[in-house]
Ligand binder design. Structure first.
Ligand code: MTE
Length: 325
């Protein structure tokens, strides 16, 4: 277990029932004067929370502030145990339990992120310098995998739009691409080149990246990201299928051309660039009309844009959404 044990008297987040933790968080958010159902997005809610620092090891992140979270009445937090044992992270193997089992030797520190391409202020930053200017917010989001399962995860992260501004993308930049680290000595899946072409890569249109819902997560359930969830830094784009959420990011590049993602490269007939959750457009192998929430028995209807249409629908005005890709 990668989550630090606390004193016995402290309630661990995974000892609290998911529903009561959710209610606690909602009260916290309301306490900050933000209606949980309204957009209170880009501004840092508490100025003293600026200058975020991440703990070494697997500890709790101090000073996380409540950010935008929009949940339906049937959305309960997925138990931490499921969030950390049912994963996709092919660098550690293709089975759902492989990332939890085989990521113990992975070292998420020290860590550097290179930012390059079409920007006026490129650079290679230590994780601490990458994170420090920002406020870390809690964002409770639904995550919908293209394999038709879903979870509700309380992330701790930084709005990607705020990160991007620091690197001053040029007017010609229209996209941002991302790369996962290549470290076959610590990632057994990368020692088998037939699994995927490494590194795992992803991309977003710049306006998608700057949408206030998009975050770079550094934690979940209040603590730093476990290795299997993409330590120390991963993308979260809640209205897109989960594969867009690239893990263990070491590089961001501003480009003029639409970047390809790993699944597009692997299987172009099945995967495209946008991958917006859409119940009306089936994947060749999975109906997308409904999904199984991990922890539930019954399936539930999938929501357009995973329930975030109000926030992101305008990004695709005029596009033919009947096309999955
Ligand atoms: N990132 C990398 N580098 N490698 C991967 O295999 N899998 C993706 C995405 N990010 C993947 C990745 C897929 S298919 C999904 S559904 C999500 O991570 C799963 O995130 P989780 O394991 O934290 O739930």
């Amino acid at each position: 277990m990668l989550i630090r044990q606390k004193r016995k008297s402290d309630a661990l987040s995974y000892e609290i029932t998911p529903q009561s933790l959710y209610l606690d968080r909602r009260q916290f958010i309301e306490g900050l004067g933000m209606a949980a159902g309204s957009l209170a997005l880009s501004a840092a809610p508490l100025s003293h929370a600026h200058g975020a620092t991440l703990p070494r090891g697997n500890g709790e992140i101090e000073g996380i502030v409540g950010g935008y979270s929009k949940l339906g009445k049937n959305d309960e937090l997925t138990h931490l145990n499921a969030v950390t044992t049912y994963n996709n992270f092919y660098e550690f193997g293709t089975g759902k339990e492989d990332p939890g089992r085989h990521s113990g030797a992975f070292k998420p520190r020290p860590w550097q992120i290179k930012v390059d391409g079409l920007c006026a202020n490129p650079g290679t930053l230590d994780l601490d310098d990458f994170v420090r200017p920002h406020t870390i917010e809690e964002r409770i989001y639904r995550m919908r995998c293209v394999e038709a399962w879903s979870m509700v995860i309380p992330w701790a992260g930084i709005p990607l739009g705020e990160i991007i501004k620091r690197f001053e993308p040029l007017g010609s930049a229209r996209y941002v691409s991302f790369e996962t680290i290549v470290r076959p000595e610590e990632m057994p899946g990368q020692r088998r080149s037939h699994i995927l072409p490494w590194p795992y890569v992803e991309g977003l249109r710049l306006d998608e990246a700057a949408n206030p819902l998009t975050i770079m997560a550094v934690g979940l359930y209040g603590s730093v990201l476990p290795n299997q969830n993409g330590a120390p830094l991963r993308l979260v784009v809640p209205w897109k299928y989960g594969f867009k959420g690239i893990k263990s990011v070491v590089r961001m590049t501003f480009t003029e051309e639409e970047p390809k993602n790993t699944w597009q490269i692997m299987n172009p007939p099945e995967y495209g660039f946008y991958a917006n959750v859409n119940p009306k457009v089936d994947h060749p192998r999975w109906s997308q009309a409904s999904e199984r929430r991990i922890g539930d028995f019954r399936r539930r209807a999938t929501l357009m844009f995973n329930g975030y249409e109000e926030e992101v629908g305008q990004l695709y005005a005029g596009m033919d959404l009947s096309n999955y890709y």
